[in-house]
Design a protein around this ligand. Structure first.
Ligand code: ATP
Ligand code: MG
Length: 399
């Protein structure tokens, strides 16, 4: 776990024809805008004003705990290296301990374990993502979404406190060669969990487009149940007669749907495409974007796999050799056919996430031990007419 894996490139801005143009690689290979836009700076100003004043606490979902910085310092042993779990574009993640009743910091090894994400001080985009994360994960509850417990917005400090996911990210398990490979049944259970999480998000009650589906954002609990994390790029889906929402292009290379990259038009079918890429990663054990593939010619996993996917005689050639042939041939063929549908160039021809979930549950996972499905009673979105993400222009104008 931790930052054991090479990162795929994240894109914070891309031209329609050249997704990788003008990019700067940060330490973790993310793509960033070449300069911070005046918009971002303006919104940072309003963000600061709105969050640092006393109005703050009434504008974030009330079911979240507001932590002081010193509480989180104590919970993580002063962010000591032994509690370090990993690092992403947003900042570093640490393990912490809280009393399960009061949520006050406790001695390491007692109470409940949490993951504390600390925003890098210099990250303008990070502040916007922090706020989006608080607003979305504060309102959405589902067994396949990671639970946000609280946040800290004290002075310049921005932190998030999540339930701890002991097995870390799917990215590490799928691509880290020193660990045992994930068995076929676990891979399919993870695909089902992810499809369940996305179907919930796309449902009428939530109507949210996740926009950042990738292996590193799929976290695993001790039983390898999968949950979606990182809602910093999530957006409200289209409503009424609108077919899409228009956005600035953000996301991660190799996972983002081609029509979204070309036009900025975002629909739930953009998430379906990314799901198709993750499904391919689960089948093949290969990364969505691997610069080393094809002799340094940048080829995506989709480019590489498509010719095999559309040929029933050759489709099993994409399968991860680390599985050692230990998988259901029929299940793998059905999963590959489903991935091909999700990756259709015309978004209208892609299935919905509900259809994807049905296909996985009925046709592909027959020989897969089922995980207890998260109770629908837990699934609700706390509706707030004055919800912060509807009133806060810094968020609605995010893209
Ligand atoms: N709730 C959690 N429980 C346990 N580990 C976590 C949790 N959240 C994050 N981590 C670990 O912290 C590391 C960094 O996560 P983070 O979400 O910041 O970055 P990322 O998803 O790897 O990259 P990106 O910034 O592109 O989303 C990951 O390796 C992940 O395994
Ligand atoms: Mg992440």
């Amino acid at each position: 776990m931790g930052n054991c894996c090479r990162k795929p490139a994240k894109c914070a801005h891309a031209s329609s024809t050249n997704f990788s143009s003008g990019r700067k690689k940060s330490h973790n290979n993310e793509l960033k805008q070449d300069s911070t836009s005046s918009y971002l700076q303006a919104s940072w100003g309003s963000f600061n004003n709105s969050l640092i004043t006393s109005k703050v606490d009434t504008s974030v979902p009330s079911n979240l705990k507001s932590f002081s910085f010193s509480e989180l310092k104590n919970a993580t042993k002063n962010f000591r290296s032994e509690t370090f779990l990993g690092e992403g574009g947003f900042g570093c993640v640490f393990k912490g301990w809280l009393d399960e009743n009061t949520l006050a910091p406790t001695k390491p090894g007692t109470g409940i374990v949490v993951a504390v994400k600390r925003l890098k001080a210099e990250s303008f985009q990070g502040h916007k993502e922090w706020l989006a994360e608080v607003n979305y994960l504060g309102q959405l509850r589902h067994g396949n979404l990671v639970k946000l417990i609280g946040y800290c917005a004290e002075s310049e400090n921005r932190l998030l406190v999540y339930e701890f996911m002991p097995k870390g990210s799917l990215e590490c398990h799928l691509f880290r060669k020193r660990d045992l490979p994930l068995p076929w049944a676990t891979r399919m259970r993870i695909a089902i969990d992810v499809a369940r999480g996305l179907s919930f998000l796309h449902g009428l009650n939530a109507n949210v487009i996740y926009r950042d589906l990738k292996a590193s954002n799929i976290l695993l609990d001790s039983d390898f149940n999968a949950k979606l994390s990182d809602f910093g790029l999530a957006r409200d889906g289209p409503t009424g007669d609108n077919t899409h929402v228009s956005t600035r292009v953000v996301g991660t290379r190799g996972y983002a749907a081609p029509e979204y990259v070309a036009t900025g038009h975002l629909t739930p079918k953009s998430d379906v495409y990314s799901f198709g890429v993750v499904l391919l990663e689960l089948l093949s054990g290969r990364r969505a974007m691997d610069d080393e593939r094809a002799n340094f010619v940048e080829e995506t996993l989709v480019d590489w796999a498509k010719p095999f996917l559309s040929d029933p005689r050759r489709v099993l050639r994409i399968m991860d050799t680390r599985l050692g042939g230990q998988y259901s041939k029929k299940g793998a063929q059905a999963a590959a056919a489903l991935a091909l549908q999700c990756l259709h160039t015309d978004p209208k021809n892609r299935p919905s996430m509900t259809e994807v979930l049905t296909a996985l549950e009925k046709n592909i996972s027959k020989d897969v031990p089922t995980s207890p499905s998260p109770t629908n009673l837990d699934n609700h979105r706390i509706k707030q007419l004055n919800s912060p993400r509807r009133t806060n222009t810094a968020i609605t104008n995010l893209t």
